[in-house]
Design a protein around this ligand. Structure first.
Ligand SMILES: [Cu+2]
Length: 403
């Protein structure tokens, strides 16, 4: 090999790395989970801190890399004699201790200050309880005057709906293992720890939809444990609340949806609650997920079609085109658009059908009966219920009416 070739080889790797960095940095444009594009007050506080900190850290990196590079090059082995050995240079050592200490203090003061500002919850205007479990998030809205008034509890999952411009207090916990709640454009992370309630203040400036995902490894389907925060204008949020609390309407007698409802009562309602649903004898059907599922809870399916994703916001209920259109709706029109729910033209039941056919095949979740021993006979996710295609059709007809 010629010296020229060796020289080229030496530069190939660093150059390729640099090229990859340049290409990858292009991905950050319009990334839905970009901390560098804050969309609310808390995320902006974090951004205002991380910008200068990264700048300082970057500068230090450049200086250190330049000095190391210079020394490596200047003092490389040219067959010269070993230089005279010396020890200690107090002026340099003291200077190199004081300078980093000053930099750390300079970064530390605004960091601690920001932490205190982010931890403040006394100024929040309404509350949502957020509970993580394998592998989805439950949101329950207690009765309150805040958020424009909520007159009865609302329980939903996957998509957190909040009023835009308001400081919302999330009270975060978990029913099984440790999860972590993170909507990067709205605030930092907060761990969801069983037996503890941790608070996080969330605020979105504008109506819109913001993506997030569980950021604490929590088992098999951790990667499918996503969430979305949806912010609506005041009037939009009020309609959302009213819609969630609207009385149950049974499907027309004899319809396919009505047969689906009966199937739902017999197959699903031991785990899933649909508020207001009545059994064949006319009494309310109350679910008992704690008897069948390890975490003790499963998603409330009362208004499934008011959300656009399901099963930990990992799968879609609408076509990709409609989804893209929703995500790109300008904030002034967003609330009305979201409140339409999944319209018949947008409805895409492919993933829901796969889910009902065999949920654990779509989302790995220890629903395998052979593993129930570990959890005292309880499932860790939704089991395969062995439904026929005909049953699935009826159930889909029923579920897709639920808005
Ligand atoms: Cu998780």
């Amino acid at each position: 090999m010629t010296t020229n070739q060796t020289r080229h080889r030496r530069w190939a790797l660093p150059l390729a790395g640099f090229g990859a960095l340049v290409v990858l940095s292009g991905c950050a444009k319009d990334a839905p989970q970009d901390t560098w594009q804050p969309a609310g007050d808390n995320a902006r506080k974090i951004d205002n801190l991380q910008q200068p900190v990264f700048m300082i850290a970057g500068l230090v990196l450049v200086i250190v890399a330049a000095v190391v590079g210079y020394c490596v090059f200047k003092f490389r082995d040219k067959g010269q004699a070993i230089p005279q050995q010396s020890h200690g240079k107090p002026a340099l050592e003291i200077a190199l201790t004081i300078i980093p200490a000053l930099i750390l203090v300079g970064i530390g003061i605004p960091t601690v200050n920001t932490l205190f500002k982010l931890a403040k919850t006394s100024d929040t205007q309404c509350v949502v309880n957020v509970t993580g479990q394998q592998w989805w998030w439950e949101y329950d809205y207690p009765v309150q005057d805040g958020c424009g008034g909520i007159s009865a509890p609302i329980v939903t999952s996957g998509q957190l709906v909040i009023p835009a411009g308001q400081k919302v207090l999330l009270r975060i916990s978990s029913r099984d293992v440790i999860h972590s709640y993170w909507i990067p454009k709205l605030n930092g992370k907060r761990d969801a720890v069983p037996g503890r309630v941790q608070t996080l203040r969330l605020q979105a400036d504008q109506p819109g939809i913001y993506a997030g995902q569980c950021t604490e490894f929590c088992g098999l389907s951790h990667a499918y444990m996503r969430m979305e925060a949806v912010s609506l204008d005041a009037a939009g949020f009020k309609s959302w609340v009213e819609n969630q609390l609207a009385p149950y309407e049974a499907p027309a007698a004899g319809s396919t949806a009505s047969q689906g409802e009966a199937l739902f009562v017999s197959q699903c309602s031991r785990c899933h609650q649909v508020n207001g649903i009545l059994g064949a004898d006319g009494t309310p059907v109350i679910s008992r997920p704690d008897k069948y599922v390890y975490s003790g809870a499963v998603p409330n399916l009362t208004n499934l079609m008011t959300r656009t994703t399901f099963a930990g916001a990992a799968y879609d209920l609408m076509t990709q085109d409609c989804k893209t259109a929703l995500w790109n709706t300008p904030s002034a029109q967003f609330s009305a658009k979201y409140l339409e729910g999944v319209s018949p033209e947008c409805l895409d039941t492919v993933q829901l059908r796969q889910w009902l056919r065999n949920a654990p095949a779509k989302k790995p979740m220890y629903a395998d009966p052979a593993k129930l021993v570990e959890t005292g006979g309880k499932y860790r996710g939704m089991p395969n219920l062995g439904l026929t295609e005909d049953q699935i059709d009826k159930l889909i007809s029923y579920l897709t009416e639920r808005k």
